[in-house]
Design a protein around this ligand. Structure first.
Ligand code: NI
Length: 253
């Protein structure tokens, strides 16, 4: 059985068939899903999905793309949402210097405010980091009391080692299956087993052989298979350890 530790079923890409896709998951071997929010509206939808489906859990937060729209009121609403028992993390939060949809300083401020919220609420965080490795690491180091996961990890092996030392987890998605993947397989091979998680980031980042199509959690097996190949183990073993790691990380009973 699989735990998809990062999905976006609130995304409009699922508007036409959301319930039927979600209902099909347990029958396809996906027994747990963490839905990660991207803005306030998405945080409300994410909590609603977690309330509707027993095997869904929620992360609430503001993605760096949306950092410009964040206010004190946003933070208050996130704090209130996080009191729901199905909310098990703050995310996804972080920095994106690839698209720069929000100014860098605004992104950093939203990131810090939400790290502080996670610390206050004693919740783990889910980090989105794109082309912002140094600044992401600097903010992570500034909050030694906060634990988290770098989702769809794209940094160097050196940075991975640093994060492992700090007690953090790394999660991998469809890009590990891409033919041009270079860094990720090297990191996948080096991550200690107890710090490894897997995710689809659906509807984005469909793995090979479905690259370019709409993604969903049923495709997690392709990611697990590639990770098993890289680490010289079985698909079943990867499914089992990443399930247990996800349960421990998010504190799911
Ligand atoms: Ni995501």
């Amino acid at each position: 059985m699989y735990f998809d530790t990062h999905a976006h079923y609130d995304d409009e890409a699922f508007d036409a068939d959301r319930d039927s896709v979600i209902q099909s998951l347990p029958g396809e071997g996906v027994s747990l899903v963490l839905n990660a929010a991207s803005d306030l509206n998405s945080s409300f939808k994410t909590v609603a999905l977690a309330e509707k489906y027993p095997f869904f859990y929620a992360a609430v937060g503001i993605h760096p793309h949306e950092a410009s729209g964040m206010s004190d009121e946003t933070l208050e609403k996130l704090r209130a949402l996080a009191s729901n028992e199905k909310v098990v993390a703050i995310g996804e939060i972080g920095l994106d210097y690839h698209y720069n949809f929000s100014p860098r300083e605004t992104q950093k401020e939203a990131f810090r405010l939400q790290m502080a919220l996670a610390q206050e609420l004693n919740l783990p965080v889910i980090i989105h980091n794109r082309d912002a490795h140094e600044d992401s690491l600097e903010i992570v180091r500034a909050f030694p009391g906060v634990r988290g996961v770098f989702h769809c990890y794209s940094g160097s092996l050196e940075m991975a080692r640093e994060l492992i030392k700090l007690g953090w987890h790394l999660s991998f998605a469809g890009p590990v299956t891409f033919n041009n993947a270079r860094k990720a397989p090297e990191v996948v091979a080096a991550v200690p087993e107890e710090r490894l998680m897997i995710e689809t980031d659906c509807p984005y980042l469909a793995p090979v052989p479905l690259r370019g199509k709409r993604n969903d959690s049923r495709n997690l097996k392709y990611i697990a298979k590639r990770i098993a190949e890289i680490r010289g183990t079985t698909l079943e073993h990867i499914a089992e350890v990443t399930m247990q790691n996800g349960i421990n990380f998010f504190g799911i009973e």
